[in-house]
Design a binder for this molecule. Structure first.
Ligand code: UD1
Length: 419
């Protein structure tokens, strides 16, 4: 079992080029199945979740090869319609293959992804939408069997009760080659939805309205291959900025997606950090002592404050002057990192969906266990700001989402190593 050893106290300084976005790469790799030709994807992060997605393509008969950060997918041959349970379990997002498989093969067998470290993650909205699109969905023994009649799903009007990112992606993937028009109301507006739609449009799909609450997809008989560059990862960006705010220093993030990061940057700026943006770069200089954020930080669907940035920002605010209040509105179980932060000296009280963070003057190194992807990154941020040495175990969580995590932090002057 690998672990990270972090000696806190170094200020972070330097330039970092942002990795490609995990949450775009996964649905786009699934979408490559739909075009039945070669697709070349640039700026793809090398992450364990991305490798899981490529293994799913392999098991369906597609070829998927990496060259640096470029992935080549050849989906001309498809030999299977079933994803084995073990592969489904490797990552929860494997469920987005459902829409892509229905679009390409007209049928699929997948598994219920089950709960995860963020609490129960039902897929009721995904399944209800597929049924609305004329898919016969049968569940039993943990498996889900889906079959279209005549090999094609049917366009439909779908009103989501919550703008679920995964459900919106699954519907789009199923709809691009379905018969007729699909309208998704109350669709997720996350930038990664726009990235997926950008890729699909490059393959010939007819989609409009993405980025807004109503997405319209006109089914096409056939898509074709394309070359596409995946957007930068706004959450990795939020992580390295939060680390610098916590540990102190001055960094420039290159290859950044600035408008997409605005909801996060607006809040981070309230801590007193100086932030300048332009030309695809974000410059941040930390303030000598961070200030607490005056308004409640409510995680909301985009363009609200992103739930994925809640933990990393919290690490920085444990050291702020004053009390900050978080309200987690997306996931039931997203404060599991707080126990580790408290062990490092933070003053945090969790009451249901609210976390009250009273700033302290210092954190101290400790041995902690990563609870989930962003929670693990938050612990690393706190460790970089703490006095003394910390040890973080279960770092496979961190490897799911951060490419060259220690190398990036070392490049900025942080003292971190993997053993
Ligand atoms: C995606 C992101 C994740 C991010 C989340 C919210 C990927 C790979 N993951 O996850 O990093 O934190 O969006 O921005 O892109 N829900 C239901 N029924 C459903 C679907 C969702 O009740 O059928 C609930 C979930 O349990 C959760 C909420 O809706 O409480 C939001 O989930 P959703 O937007 O679907 O998140 P994911 O797509 O799983």
């Amino acid at each position: 079992m690998q672990k990270l050893i972090i000696k806190g106290g170094n200020r972070l300084r330097g330039e970092l080029s942002l990795q490609g976005c995990k949450n775009s790469a996964l649905p786009i790799i699934a979408a490559a199945l739909l075009c039945g030709e070669d697709c070349t994807l640039h700026n793809c992060p090398r992450l364990t979740d991305v490798y899981s997605a490529s293994r799913i393509l392999n098991c369906l008969g597609c070829r998927c090869g990496f060259s640096g950060n470029t992935v080549m997918v050849d989906s001309s041959a498809v030999t299977g319609t079933e994803i084995p349970e073990a592969l489904m379990r490797e990552m929860r997002s494997s469920i987005i293959f459902m829409g892509a498989m229905l679009g390409r093969m007209g049928e699929c067998t997948v598994s219920v992804p089950g709960g995860c470290e963020l609490g129960p993650r039902p897929i009721d909205m995904h399944l209800a939408a597929m049924r609305k699109m004329g898919v016969d969905v049968r569940e039993g023994g943990g498996r889900i069997l889906c079959r279209t009649s005549g090999g094609k799903a049917k366009g439909a009007k779908i009103n989501l009760s919550f703008p679920s990112v995964g459900a919106t992606e699954n519907i789009i993937l199923c709809a691009v080659t379905a018969e007729g028009e699909t309208v998704i109301n109350n669709a997720a507006r996350e930038p990664e939805i726009c990235d997926l739609c950008g890729f699909l449009r490059a393959c010939g799909a007819d989609i409009s309205g993405d980025g807004g609450s109503s997405i319209v997809v006109n089914g096409r008989m056939k898509l074709h291959g394309c070359e596409y560059s995946i957007m930068p990862d706004r959450i990795a960006g939020a992580t390295y900025l939060s680390m610098t705010a916590a540990a102190g220093g001055e960094i420039i993030l290159k290859n950044a997606c600035i408008p997409e990061m605005e909801p996060f940057l607006t809040v981070l700026e309230q801590t007193g950090c100086s932030i300048y943006t332009g030309g695809g770069k974000i410059y941040l200089r930390s303030s000598p002592r961070l200030r607490a954020v005056p308004d409640r930080i409510r995680t909301m669907p985009h363009p609200g404050f992103p739930t994925d940035a809640q933990a990393v920002l919290m690490s920085a605010l444990t050291l702020a002057d004053g009390t900050s209040i978080f309200e987690e509105n997306i996931f039931d179980c997203r404060y599991r990192h707080t126990e580790a932060l408290v062990k490092m000296g933070a003053d945090i009280q969790v009451l249901g969906k609210v976390a009250v963070v009273k700033g302290v003057s210092k954190l101290s190194g400790a041995s902690v266990e990563a609870t989930d992807l962003r929670g693990g990154a938050a612990m690393a941020a706190a460790a970089l700001a703490a006095e003394g040495t910390s040890e973080i175990t279960r770092i496979s969580h961190i490897d799911r989402g951060y490419e060259k995590f220690e190398e990036s932090i070392r490049l900025l002057g942080g003292d971190i190593r993997r053993v």
